[in-house]
Ligand binder design. Structure first.
Ligand code: PRP
Ligand code: ZN
Length: 287
């Protein structure tokens, strides 16, 4: 049986989170540091550690069967590689930034300027859509120093924490594109029953990890008389589990809730008489 070859970023913003996701999917992967290829012990998958910029092309050319890459790189490279699933990490924005002292008031002020970027294709489309004429200078790295070197008036680059901008005395002027890490694959992989079978299995696991990450398991004790009110408050996926307790006037209620809802409902739950409220992480949630 052949393995699914999955390309992930060798060293960068997405590396640790990509490995963490695969481990949460139940894959037994050996420590990956300084290795180019790692095989999972309990799943037919091989991880190839590559430069993220090369991943769309490698997947297109079937050097890898699938990959984890940022949408920024995926869209810039204009390959036939397809986005299969958003992964909810590696969020960043491609933005246009200006030196602190030369503020841009409107998007039209970009007209006639010179912009340094590693994303010429995405930038070209953005300028065209906004009917702006600007000169693009393509750089493969260290784009942020271009204005201070006098190479460009503006830059178009990725921002995640904003540290790089701040350190280079640059400020965001316009958002071009929001990006996150995605699982990508190719037609060739989908058309290969064996590889596609492994890919679909992996996708199912990834979805269950994502669901679990967005959900929490809520447990609490309530007075029997409050049950109706509590059920109203809990935005549970399905009807909550209700258990009897030794104290006949009390019940235990368990439910899966969206993680971000907890702090909105906690006061209502307390007001309805809930006590011993426990909120637990969920490792996997298969729907
Ligand atoms: C981007 C960008 C900046 C940095 C910004 O590089 O080119 O250098 O991230 O991040 P910050 O806002 O957190 O400071 P990226 O991680 O995409 O690396 P790469 O271009 O080398 O792949
Ligand atoms: Zn890169």
């Amino acid at each position: 049986m052949s393995n699914l070859k999955l390309a992930i970023q060798r060293k960068g913003r997405l590396t640790d989170k990509s490995v963490e996701l695969l481990k949460l999917c139940g894959l037994d992967i050996e420590s990956y540091f300084e290795r180019l290829v790692v095989t999972a012990r309990n799943f037919p998958l091989e991880i190839l550690f590559l430069r993220d910029d090369d991943i769309p092309e490698y997947v297109q050319d079937s050097v890898a069967d699938a990959g984890i890459v940022g949408e920024n790189v995926l869209f810039e490279k204009q390959t036939t590689t397809m986005e299969m699933e958003k992964l909810g990490f590696g969020r960043c924005s491609l933005i246009i930034a200006h030196p602190e002292k030369n503020q841009l008031k409107s998007i039209n002020e970009i007209d006639g300027k010179t912009i340094a970027t590693s994303y010429p294709n995405i930038l070209k489309n953005f300028l065209k859509k906004n009917k702006i004429n600007a000169k693009i200078i393509e750089l493969s790295g260290s784009v942020e120093i271009a204005p201070s070197l006098g190479v460009a008036d503006l830059i178009c680059d990725i921002v995640s924490t904003g540290n790089t901008l701040m350190m280079n005395k640059l400020k965001k002027s316009f958002n071009v594109f929001d990006s996150e890490a995605v699982l990508v694959s190719s037609k060739a992989t989908l058309n290969n029953p064996e590889k596609n079978g492994i890919l679909q299995d992996l996708l199912g696991r990834i979805r269950s990890v994502k669901n679990a990450r967005d959900s929490k398991y809520l447990m609490m004790n309530i007075p029997k008389t409050s049950l109706e009110r509590i059920v109203e408050i809990i935005p549970s996926l399905k009807s909550p589990t209700v258990l009897h307790l030794a104290d006949e006037n009390m019940l235990a209620v368990h439910a899966v809730i969206p993680s971000n809802k907890f702090w909105h409902i906690i006061e209502d739950l307390k007001a309805a008489g809930a006590s011993g409220i426990l909120l637990l992480p969920i490792e996997n949630l298969i729907q």
